[in-house]
Write a protein that binds this ligand. Structure first.
Ligand SMILES: C[S@@+](CC[C@H](N)C(=O)[O-])C[C@H]1O[C@@H](n2cnc3c(N)ncnc32)[C@H](O)[C@@H]1O
Length: 263
């Protein structure tokens, strides 16, 4: 499945997702304002802006800023535009920002950079940031909190691996994620979000967020068959997401571009 087809506003716009993404966006902006109190941003670029959950937070915190939203999915952008008509919406791959002719004070990415922070992404950021410009990203990292759901997902991975499947996407450890942005001034903190749903709800939630495709791209149906075999109970299952709230500032130093080959 192509990345732009993974997200559909119809599936994405469920209360669980609004609660999840707005909670993380709020934590990200609180952290940004804690580290950079009084920060002013005339021009803000939001990457992977989706249906505008984090965009609302940008407009609240920086009400007089000009906001440009970039997303690979037209459908997601169209939905955002209906409720937030004053932003500028551009359908593009955030992994290649060479089409942008202006520079920004602030670049935001709420729970989306893991889709596109591949080779050259750091350079792209440098090119679109003003001097001293700041990026604020929330990025999922490898979680070490044990849970039944985590064990099930791991078992599916192992099963698919035995079948010869190698996942295209993956999350990284905190260390590796932070290292990808060497050359920028960095501050970060870990934010944990615990969710608890029935197995049926989890499947709906993981699919609606693109997480199912992120983990099992091209093998979603096989993974689902295996999931159904592994999960019998209707009990609530919890899962704790580990997210790094990462602030980066362009310092003018030469960029040492780390390449993340497997993305
Ligand atoms: C999990 S959603 C997060 C959306 C939004 N940031 C929020 O907080 O609700 C990830 C978003 O990233 C977008 N996306 C995925 N790959 C992308 C890419 N290569 N370039 C731009 N957007 C991308 C998806 O279309 C989706 O809207």
């Amino acid at each position: 499945m192509r990345c732009e087809e993974v997200f559909s506003p119809k599936k994405y716009e469920i209360p669980e997702n609004f609660a999840f993404y707005s909670n993380i966006a709020k934590a990200l902006f609180d952290y940004l304002q804690e580290v950079y109190p009084g920060l002013k941003a005339k021009k803000v670029l939001e990457l992977g802006s989706g249906t505008g959950v984090a965009t609302r937070e940008i407009l609240k915190r920086f009400p007089s800023s000009k906001v440009v939203c970039v997303d690979i999915s037209c459908e997601m952008l169209r939905t955002a535009k209906k409720t937030l008509p004053d932003c500028l919406y551009v359908r593009a791959d955030a992994g290649d920002l060479s089409f942008l002719r202006e520079k920004f004070d602030l670049v935001i990415g709420n729970f989306c950079c893991h889709w596109f922070m591949g080779e050259g992404f750091l350079k792209e950021l440098f090119n679109v940031l003003k001097d001293e410009g700041i990026c604020a990203f929330s990025i999922p990292i490898d979680s070490c909190k044990s849970s039944f759901l985590r064990k099930v997902l791991k078992k599916i991975f192992v099963f698919l691996k035995k079948e010869g499947y190698a996942s295209v996407y993956r999350t990284y450890s905190l260390k590796k994620t932070v290292e990808l942005f060497d050359g920028m001034k960095k501050s970060w903190k870990i934010y944990e979000v615990k969710e608890c749903y029935s197995a049926k709800k989890w499947l709906e939630v993981l699919k609606s967020r693109g997480s199912w495709s992120f983990m099992f791209a091209g093998m979603e149906d096989v993974a689902e068959d295996f999931w159904q075999k592994l999960i019998k109970s209707e009990d609530s299952l919890d899962y704790t997401w580990s997210v790094v709230l990462l602030l980066l500032q362009k310092t003018g130093k030469k960029v040492k571009c780390k390449v993340c080959k497997s993305l």
